[in-house]
Design a protein around this ligand. Structure first.
Ligand code: APR
Length: 178
């Protein structure tokens, strides 16, 4: 599907209309991509986040992008990996779906995601990739907006895992079309 792609980069540099922040439930910043986004966005982002009253795991809230190139930030707290039998997969899928639903509702056309929960929150990368890709592809199949979604991996290794997972899940589709 040409509406989705995988790339290596720093999501704070993204020119997508909205970038997603792998946040925590306080929405008051942190380390990882959360820290990078807040550093690049400047103090206005935290000031707006303070007015939101936090966010439940698996849900998403939208703010302005402030000093970021992106116009909006979609904040979503991913699940903390606790071995895989505490509903982590469903919560992670909900993060992607909630962000896409919010983007569609606000008419956002381009959304870039980081690999939610696969850093500090310890979600195994290959398992997270399968959940993320299925949630994104299922949404794009049924919705016209966003018209473009990208997975912005911070490392080549992560991007390779996403590409391999994508090919495993969807390469057959291309073959059928041919
Ligand atoms: N651009 C793109 N991806 C990035 C960037 C960046 N600038 N920085 C980190 N990443 C990647 C990590 O390599 C990882 O694959 O984002 C993914 C998510 O990692 P974390 O940022 O650690 O997020 P997560 O695992 O969801 O943990 C969230 O960490 O920062 C705190 O406040 C945050 O408590 C929350 C927790």
């Amino acid at each position: 599907m040409d509406r989705f792609s995988i790339l290596v980069g720093d999501i704070t540099k993204s020119d997508a209309q909205a970038i997603v922040n792998a946040a925590n439930t306080t929405l008051l910043g942190g380390s990882g991509v959360d820290g990078a986004i807040h550093r690049s966005a400047g103090p206005g982002l935290l000031a707006e986040c303070r007015t939101l009253g936090g966010c439940e795991t698996g849900r998403a809230k939208l703010t302005g992008g402030y000093d970021l190139p992106a116009r909006y930030v979609l904040h979503t707290p991913g699940p903390i990996w606790r071995g895989g039998d505490q509903g982590e997969a469903a919560l992670l899928a909900s993060c992607y779906r909630s962000c896409l639903e919010l983007a569609e509702a606000r008419g956002v056309e381009t959304v870039d995601f980081p690999s939610i929960s696969t850093g500090v929150y310890g979600y195994p990368l290959a398992q997270a990739a399968a959940v993320a890709l299925k949630a994104i592809m299922d949404f794009l199949r049924d919705h016209a907006l966003p018209r473009r979604v990208r997975m912005v991996c911070h490392t080549e290794r992560a991007a390779e895992v996403y590409r391999q997972t994508y090919n495993m899940l969807y390469a057959g589709e291309k073959a059928e079309r041919l």
